[in-house]
Design a protein around this ligand. Structure first.
Ligand code: NAD
Ligand code: MG
Length: 394
């Protein structure tokens, strides 16, 4: 029986993973090792009981008494705290879903690679902050990383049987998010609720806002660079409002392989779960005659400064990705709290990168997990100061 763990089981990706496992037979089909969650202790306990997990861990220490109580008599161990989450990743499992949101997802995924596990990576922040480190750790332990982000799963699938050397370009599609049709001058006034109204995908709150600002696409361009090892100038972004083509790979003979499907994350999660086989998945089938048409347009860089910043981060490499991601998370926190405007987020990130430069230009092979965590911490402090200053000026 295959063993597996899910880090971030109570989130959007985690719930969809649990849905697929449950449909595939749940605890009768898989040995579930660890499930982790954040504050939703009730849901975590419920899924841990249903899947007969060995251990359930909530991120917040304060949640432990409730978790223990809810798991009493079930045989599921209860634990809490960041260290306990990393400890849970030390328990061997054949397949590990990394679906915690943000930089907090890096350490458990990194640790899971030591067992030579297959790491299904939804947490794109891991590759943005520590790509070279993560890929080297996977190689060292003969572990495998499978992308779960829909674009990267699409690219991965369009590369099957092909030689990466024959790739001329990778074209990432972007929905453009909730505000894509707003006039540029109105964007500064966008509220959290408006930025959350994503037209196609149902996702966690943070990634939905990042989708509207295209910080999500910026992270994904860097993720592409790190995961597939392609040169940044071979990575393009195109807005495709229908979200039916999940990304494309262009080859040197001019052929373009596009991956299509309904916008449903259970496809990429299921692909990573069943890989290298394909099994039936409960996703809607495309009816192209009914869809009729698909449209595309180039992203306007004035609307999406995040895309320009991603290019700068890729030019610097080293620890710039860790600083970029941390500053982005802090800027997003301030936007969510109503302290800064939608268009101020990019300013906070850019000013943080400028403030921390040139300390970011480390050689990649000198990078350790501790270096990444130190820069993450430093960037959060600086970004917080910059965001508070911005908020004061509003
Ligand atoms: P979410 O907010 O719905 O869920 C996040 C999970 O992480 C929850 O279980 C939450 O409790 C847990 N968590 C949050 N902060 C934590 C912390 N500090 N320590 C430990 N656990 C913590 O997020 P999501 O939308 O499921 O996204 C998860 C990851 O997958 C992100 O990296 C996101 O970029 C990526 N991703 C998501 C989608 C999507 O459709 N939702 C698509 C592609 C990639
Ligand atoms: Mg994506």
């Amino acid at each position: 029986m295959r063993s597996l763990s899910i880090f971030g089981a109570t989130g959007s990706i985690g719930e969809q993973t649990v849905d697929l496992l449950t449909r595939a037979g749940g605890a009768d089909a898989y040995r579930v090792v660890a499930l982790t969650g954040g504050r939703n202790v009730a849901r975590l306990a419920e899924m841990a009981r249903a899947l007969r997990a060995e251990v359930a861990v909530c991120a917040d220490d304060a949640g432990l008494p409730e978790l223990r109580e809810r798991l009493a008599g079930s045989g599921v161990e209860a634990a809490a705290g960041t260290a306990a989450i990393v400890e849970a990743a030390e328990r061997p499992a054949d397949w590990v879903m990394s679906s915690i949101v943000g930089a907090a997802g890096l350490a458990p995924g990194f640790r899971a690679l030591r067992h030579g596990s297959t790491l299904a990576l939804a947490n794109k922040e891991s590759l943005v902050t520590a790509g070279p480190l993560l890929m080297a750790e996977a190689a060292r332990h003969d572990a495998r990383i499978l992308p779960v982000d829909s674009e990267h799963s699409a690219i991965f699938q369009a590369l099957v049987g092909e030689d990466i050397a024959a790739v001329e370009r990778i074209i990432l599609t972007a929905s453009g998010g909730a505000l894509r049709d707003w006039p540029l001058e109105r964007l500064a006034t966008a509220t959290v609720a408006e930025a959350l109204a994503h037209p196609n995908w149902s996702m966690g709150q943070r990634i939905t806002i990042d989708s509207a600002s295209m910080f999500n696409k910026a992270l994904e361009v860097i993720e592409t660079r790190e995961f597939f090892g392609v040169d940044p100038d071979r990575i393009e972004v195109i807005i495709h409002p229908e979200s039916l083509i999940h990304s494309m790979v262009g080859y040197r003979d001019g052929a373009v392989m596009a991956h299509m499907g309904a916008p449903d994350m259970r496809h990429s999660i299921g692909y990573a779960l069943n890989w290298p086989e394909r099994s039936h998945l409960p996703v809607a089938r495309l009816d192209l005659a009914q869809i009729g048409q698909m449209t595309f347009r180039a992203p306007d860089l004035a609307r999406y400064p995040a895309l320009r910043l991603a290019r700068e981060v890729m030019a610097r490499r080293g620890l710039a990705g860790a600083a970029f991601n941390a500053a982005k998370e802090v800027a997003l926190d301030h936007f969510l709290a109503g302290a800064i405007g939608f268009m101020d987020m990019a300013g906070v990130v850019e000013d943080t990168l400028t403030a921390l430069d040139p300390g970011l230009g480390h050689e990649n092979d000198a990078m350790t997990l501790e270096d990444v965590q130190a820069v993450d911490h430093l960037a959060r402090t600086r970004a917080g100061e910059i965001a508070r200053k911005q908020a004061g000026e509003r």
